[in-house]
Design a protein. Sequence first.
Length: 220
Amino acid sequence: MPKKASGQESVRTPVQERSQKRVAQILSAARAIIERQGAAGLKMSTIAAEADVSIGSIYQYFPNKSAIIAALAEQVLGANTRKNMEVLAKRPASLVQLSHITTELLDQYYRLLRNDPVYRDILTGHASDKKLLTADQDDTVANRDHIFAMSNHLFRAEEHERAKMALLMIVSFGGAAAAIAADCCEDEGRRAMEDAKAMLFAAWEVSILPLGHKHGASDK
């Protein structure tokens, strides 16, 4: 659901069911236009025509096109987060196991980008959009927080802050790598993902493993 991004214009969050349906109608229309024409072809007037609403109705909920694009991105990222939580439902027994869970999350994000051309077009076509950047950064931090919450028992207490920073870097790199791979043809994308995972495992060894409990005493 649309919300106010930090430091950005206010986006009205609908409360009544009729308003919620109107917002869903607007976002569905915007997605359909992007699917046909790309994000560059998105205009408030074309959204209004596609959704069969007045431009004034759109402005009741979204101050500009940027806010609509951010709301579409948040829809996709929210669905991906729910899938992530399924993967993260069971606490790992070791940092090695956690590394494989993290690459599973990376594969999942890659599939999202590969299978959702609308979101991929939004991501690549509006990389400098402040609202989209805020949504993407918030999502990256949230994913890091979820990973740390289910794995903090594996890290020495005095290394928790370093572990959180290292995990943030891992998640950030993985997301960027998946975006690059998804923009390639399918075969090249798969090879790129294998290379990215090899890099992640190497980074894991030097940045994550040293922060864990010594001598295998990982679970408390």
